[in-house]
Ligand binder design. Sequence first.
Ligand code: NI
Length: 167
Amino acid sequence: MALLDILHFPDQRLRLKAQPVTVMDEKTQQIVANMFETMYHFAGIGLAAVQVNIQKSIIVMDLSAEKNQPQCFINLKILAKQGKDKHEEGCLSVPGIYEKVARAKWIKIEALNQNGQLIQQELTGLPAICLQHELDHLNGKLFIDYVSALKLQRARAKLKKQQAEPL
Ligand code: NI
C-alpha cells in the first residue's frame, strides 16, 4: 500500500471528471487500498479518486468511530433523491473550511462494491451527505461551490487569522 498525495483547492485537477471503472483488476484493487490508507491517514470520512489525481469513479468511505467499517463505491449512481438536509461539511481538499451545504435528505444509490458486486442502498443522514459530497468530486465539483463568495471570504479570513496566531 502507499500513501497518496491529496490535491488541494484551488488545484485545477480537482475540476477533472472521473471515468467509469471498466475492469475490476489488480490495479483497481490497488487504487482502492491506497485510497483507504490515505483517507485513514488524514482522518477523513470519505475520499474520491479525483482528490488523489486519479480520474476513476471510485469512492471510499468509513463513518464508524472505530474506523473499522470500510466501504467502497465504484461507478456510483444516484438513482433517486428526496427532501433537503443542511449540514456542516469539510473536505480534505479544502482544509480548515467548514460550511453548511444543502443536500438531498434521502438517496437511493447503485454502485459496485470492492468485490465488483452490484449493490443498491437507500441512505439518509451522514452516509447520504457524504456520498453526495464524494460524487460531486467525481464530477469536478467542490462543496465550496455551493457557498456564497462572501461567506467563503469570511471563512478564509478566519482561517488566516487562526494560522497567524502563535501557539
Ligand atoms: Ni471532499
